[in-house]
Design a binder for this molecule. Sequence first.
Ligand SMILES: [Zn+2]
Length: 395
Amino acid sequence: MHVDFFDKDGMPYRLIHNNEALTLEEILKLNDIPISSVEVSEAENGAYRTRLLYNTIFKSFKSIPVERVPSKAGDSPIYYTKQFIGFDESGALKRFLFDMDRDGFGDYIQSTFSDYTLKKNLVEKGDSILFGFSGGTDSTTMLNLLKSTQHLPDYDIKAVTVGNLGGTPDKAKISDACAKYGMEHEFIGDNEIITAFNLKYGVTQTIDSLVRSEKREFAVTTLQHMLVRMLEIKREEGGHNKIMMGLERETMINAALAYMLSGEQVAGVSRKTDGENTYIFPLLSLLKKEEQAYIRLAMPTYRDLDVNNATDARRYSLYESGYRGLIMLLAGHLLDVFPGIDIYLENSLEKIVARSRSSLEFAVCSNCGGRYISVEDTETNMCAACSTLKETDLI
Ligand SMILES: [Zn+2]
């Protein structure tokens, strides 16, 4: 296919990869042009004639000047390139590329993690932290980073795994991981979860029923809430002042997008409180890709928990939420088009949270005792998760 491309005023614009072997969609995609931004008509010679509907985009996007910042070590190979679009001193857009070798990247990840943790007061002197440890890559990375970061103030920490809810039955591996880093660890059994939520059936049966019910789109958020609520109960029992969880940077992007799409109030970004419980999320400092590259570097023998077990099918269908998946897809495309957009989104979300904090009102759930942001028109006195469990006849 050949594509004749014009801007809104009819000025021709040269496209790359404009050849017969590719479709119109492919050619536009290779040129970073969304199909929704062009008008397409078939010209007489068989080529497509396409016209931009706006003049304000793309031409400038393609010409954002690149500034490469080389790795500190002279001739060692590049391990990772951090990219972001930002403003230079004159206010002009620039695409910054930071090339890092292995050592440089390891230092970068550790300092990014500790700078973020300190700057946002996530870990403070004298803290007693309860760490929700699932044994997956996020919490394992965080365990490694906490132990390899020198600059954090003195704090106490204990790891807790919420039985079946974290999706991991490999208890020995989890205990070993914590023991290796000298961290105290405890499992929360199914019985405690059943009691806390007044479940009619066992935990596994509850999850399976939820996934098969018409409320399956809410299964993930319901289970997440149950997991978090168990951590809250443990926090109170143990007299800890903070709950820490390993959520990576994409979670923050998804939360920003979810906020934009719903307008629902947000209780915090990297640090959040419901008046009773304070949560901290230091791993929001790292994108998933950076986390994975760091694992390969710092924990070369690490393997994610064995996925060949009986809970596979359940986990798969659990995470198969269309709406949630769509938001994550959008986040991925945003990062591709605008590397560094996460920084802007995080600052923006923090301002939104700061402005709305005083108007946040929390109610206490009559079933689980957890606190939730109360919305005026709710009919029940239960949190969203317990309402879902009630509607599916599981409590
Ligand atoms: Zn509840």
